[in-house]
Design a protein around this ligand. Structure first.
Ligand code: SER
Length: 323
């Protein structure tokens, strides 16, 4: 990785991945691609180059790739699962049409491509605990359909055209920086905001619903390490299961209560999100990622909770708790 384009650089993952890459590589080589209406601000704007790159416009991607001699593209443009159900045509246009544009530009310009897949690429008929690396993928959400299509199309471009495509299946991602936009796992981020603000959390997912989750620093490290992995060791490409923790709403609530004893939670179920969550795995088996590129998470629920609470206290200017 020398010259990198991040498409979707102002989103939940992109905003943090862009800054991580600018700290670890020459910042001027890391180009933040964004769409009008989601312009980079502050540190993200000031720390390196930025260009308008709409993933549905292949020419825009190609022009930026040539201008900056890009060799690696992080394709992070997507609608999350619940929002995608409200706008399925747009989800396909961005998730699949956008990926096709990216892969074609990569094929013509010799770029490597990272496109995240997700726990959402699995469905009801997938074994849920544990979910193997290679298994049934029959999701019934448009988000999942675009993710499975993306995995297959990326592998096709690798085999047929030699495009260096690689990917991981992200769990629900938890961070204090940029809020997720309309996913099924968002509750596990919002619960921390409620705890720090002293509000009662209204949980949209019912107790006993387990899903894989991951703290953002581990997810960002996975996105970089998979692109830097020795290709001769990779038996899989699109896409690797990665995992670090699995919990239901009661477990995360009780963990937060260890540090915020007065914290209260009520259930206020969202049928769409519950239906999606029920169809997703309880726990991914990430043995292949561990064996093929030495994947290993650093955070568990306790260390993530302490870090989230400390940082949200600073961000929201709430007097600090002893966590
Ligand atoms: N976090 C995503 C969602 O909930 C899953 O990949 O949509």
């Amino acid at each position: 990785m020398k010259n990198v384009l991040i498409i979707g650089s102002t989103g939940q993952i992109g905003s943090e991945l862009t800054m991580k890459l600018r700290r670890e590589y020459p910042a001027g080589n890391i180009v933040a691609g964004y769409i009008p209406g989601a312009e980079p601000k502050g540190e993200l704007l000031e720390s390196g180059p930025a260009e308008v790159v709409d993933i549905t416009n292949a020419q825009m991607i190609a022009d930026t790739v040539r201008k900056y001699k890009i060799d690696t593209i992080y394709n992070l443009a997507a609608l999350l699962s619940a929002v995608a159900e409200a706008r399925p045509q747009l989800a396909w246009k961005i998730g699949v049409g956008g990926l096709y544009n990216t892969l074609e530009v990569a094929r013509e310009n010799g770029c490597a491509v990272f496109t995240p897949s997700s726990i959402g690429s699995f469905g009801e008929t997938t074994p849920h605990n544990p979910t193997p690396q290679d298994t049934i993928q029959r999701p019934d959400t448009i988000y999942g359909v675009t993710k499975v299509t993306g995995e297959l199309l990326s592998d096709y471009y690798a085999k047929r055209f030699g495009v260096d495509t690689r990917s991981v299946r992200f769990p629900g991602l938890i961070s204090y920086t940029t809020l997720p936009g309309g996913g099924t796992t968002d509750y596990a981020v919002e619960i921390y905001y409620s705890a720090v603000k002293g509000e009662t959390f209204r949980c949209p997912i019912k107790p006993g619903t387990f899903m894989d989750m991951m703290y953002m620093p581990d997810a960002l490290r996975a996105a970089v390490e998979i692109m830097e992995a020795d290709p001769s060791r990779l038996k899989h490409r699109n896409s690797f299961n990665i995992a670090s923790m699995s919990f239901d709403p009661e477990i995360i609530y009780n963990k937060i209560k260890e540090y915020v004893p007065d914290f209260k939670m009520e259930y206020d179920l969202d049928p769409l999100r519950q239906h999606i969550a029920d169809s997703w795995p309880d726990r991914l088996d990430d043995t292949c990622a561990r064996e093929e590129w030495d994947w290993k998470p650093e955070y568990d629920l306790d260390s993530m909770t302490r870090d989230m609470l400390q940082n949200l206290h600073k961000k929201l200017h709430v007097p600090e708790l002893a966590v």
